[in-house]
Design a protein around this ligand. Structure first.
Ligand SMILES: [Cu+2]
Length: 177
């Protein structure tokens, strides 16, 4: 095996390790300590916001998606707001009605790991939402499920790792061509 080939293999190994470390859900060190309204709540009406509280400060980027009765809901207020340990999903402006709500989040913790999860509440008095499912149902968080995003990340990391390996070897130049 040539030196260049070995170097390429080590670069790929480093890159794939880094991808595993940052991939969503691979390693969730920050813990969720509370949700308001509480997971499993039965409510009279849609709350104006859902607040996820963690055991450490959180940071952007933060994404949220909302599903009611199995149908995606668009969030007029956009991405969640981060306030220290709180990640706040603003539901003001949501006009969709329905009974069984799931609010999911994906956010970055202070140590740089991605943390994700969801909470559920029901509005027993509401009509079940049986609207046809919109074609663009992938809009929230869809980019994270795209394989091309991860391919791009692997390429960027591979280039970065290669530059690092080169930089470290430059002074000795023992395998210069
Ligand atoms: Cu962590």
């Amino acid at each position: 095996m040539s030196a260049a080939c070995r170097r390429l293999l080590s670069v790929l190994a480093i890159a794939s390790t880094m991808v595993l470390l940052i991939a969503p859900g691979a390693n969730a060190h920050a813990g969720l300590v509370g949700v308001d309204p509480e997971d499993g709540s039965q409510l009279e009406a849609l709350p104006s916001q859902v607040t996820f509280t963690f055991n450490e400060d959180m940071r952007e980027p933060a994404f949220a998606s909302v599903v009611v009765d199995g149908r995606p809901v668009s969030l007029p207020a956009g991405d969640p707001t981060i306030d220290g340990e709180n990640v706040i999903v603003d539901l003001a402006g949501v006009t969709t009605e329905g009974r069984d709500w799931t609010v999911s989040y994906r956010v970055v913790s202070a140590d740089g790991h991605t943390v994700e999860g969801s909470t559920n509440f029901t509005i027993p008095s509401a009509e079940v939402n049986d609207d046809p499912i919109a074609a663009d149902s992938e809009e929230d968080g869809g980019v994270w499920s795209s394989p091309w995003l991860w391919v791009a990340i692997v390429l960027v990391l591979a280039v970065a790792a290669m530059l690092l390996v080169r930089g470290r070897r430059a002074p000795s130049s023992r395998d210069a061509a």
